[in-house]
Design a binder for this molecule. Structure first.
Ligand code: UT7
Length: 317
């Protein structure tokens, strides 16, 4: 049996920082309100001329270095993003060219904030089936480009960044199980109401924040149950929760569901806000590099986002 295993992780945050104090000067809000309601202190903003594929490249380079693998060895490149550089080619193809890899299949996955979970599940299936052996999976976003900076209920949340992992084929897990779901009947509750085919003049995020919050909490509780049951595990078997970094109160709720102290939850939302598909690999990389997550430990990653989409990945690091 072939499994996929994480060989290396990497991440990148753009240089420019937008603090809550900066937002106080842009909209009617306060640092106290933002921190109490979301846990966010600051977010990073891509520079003019810096695109999603540039953020992805920086994170990918770090992951390849950590895995001690050259880009030419990759036989699949997947980028999870909801803010691609262009309509086409895919951000994965643009990244592939910047990395200097040619010939491997490369494609984007679009599942908004659950994108990285979807992309890992896709890569895992390629590796398990024998279709690929060494896969780069990146979550990269420039959410600042689709943020309405006049909407105080929304603009305080989002940030730019990228995270990456290199997965390799292995005789032992690795990734134990992946669980994906979507329910498109909620499309309007969290969306950008225009695009390529459906043209419009509003290219910014719209969200019924409070309703999305409640559904996210309940749905993430259910995905925790589903993941544990599918593997015959107890809550206490999970060493680390690496959640989508949307709002500290959602993270705390999932930790409560797992009966887990917050010390076992990787929290980075304070540093970069909600970076959509980039948030899970950003958090994972931070905890791997600072030594909290160690080889052999059991990790639960989960996310919920626009679509709605949601999912989880259970793995042994
Ligand atoms: O990653 C994809 C999934 N997305 C999420 O998980 C996000 C889910 N939603 C959230 O994180 C939260 O709903 C928000 C942080 C967006 C909002 O927090 P909330 O506790 O749900 O606040 P609310 O929307 O119920 O608003 C409470 C009050 C309102 O005032 P009134 O009507 O009570 O007088 C808002 O007008 O807070 C007001 N408010 C603000 N006040 C100061 C809304 N935004 C702000 C603000 N500063 N930035």
């Amino acid at each position: 049996m072939t499994y996929s295993r994480i060989l290396g992780t990497g991440s990148y945050l753009p240089e420019k920082i937008l603090t809550n104090a900066d937002l106080e000067r842009m909209v009617d809000t306060t640092d106290e309100w933002i921190f109490a309601r979301t846990g966010i202190r600051e977010r990073h903003i891509a520079a003019d001329g810096q695109f999603t594929s540039d953020l992805a490249l920086a994170a990918a380079k770090h992951a390849l270095e950590a895995a001690n693998i050259g880009a030419e060895a990759l036989d699949l490149i997947i980028v999870a993003t909801t803010t691609p550089d262009r309509v086409f080619p895919s951000t994965a193809c643009l990244l592939q060219q910047k990395l200097g890899n040619a010939g491997a299949p490369a494609f984007d996955v679009q599942a908004v904030c659950s994108g990285f979970i979807y992309a890992i599940a896709t890569a895992d299936n390629f590796i398990r089936s024998g279709a690929a052996r060494t896969v780069l999976v990146v979550g990269a976003e420039t959410m600042s480009r689709i943020t309405d900076w006049k909407d105080r209920s929304n603009c305080i949340l989002w940030g730019d960044g990228a995270g990456a992992v290199v997965l390799g084929a292995s005789d032992e897990p690795g990734i134990i199980s992946t669980h994906l779901h979507a329910d498109g009947s909620y499309a309007r509750m969290l969306n950008v109401p225009s695009g390529v085919s459906e043209r419009g003049d509003d290219n910014t995020i719209h969200m019924e924040g409070n309703t999305v919050f409640k559904i996210a909490v309940n749905t993430l509780d259910a995905i925790v149950d589903e993941t544990l049951e599918a593997n015959g595990l107890q809550k206490s078997d999970i060493d680390w929760l690496v959640p989508h970094q949307a709002n500290i109160r959602i993270l705390q709720s999932t930790a409560r569901k797992l009966g887990m102290e917050m010390e076992r939850v990787i929290v980075t939302v304070d540093k970069h806000g909600n970076t959509s598909a980039a948030s899970v690999p950003l958090a994972l990389d931070v905890a791997v590099r600072d030594g909290r997550i160690k080889r052999g430990e059991t990790i639960l990653m989960e996310a919920f986002g626009g679509g709605f989409t949601w999912g989880s990945v259970l793995l042994k690091y």
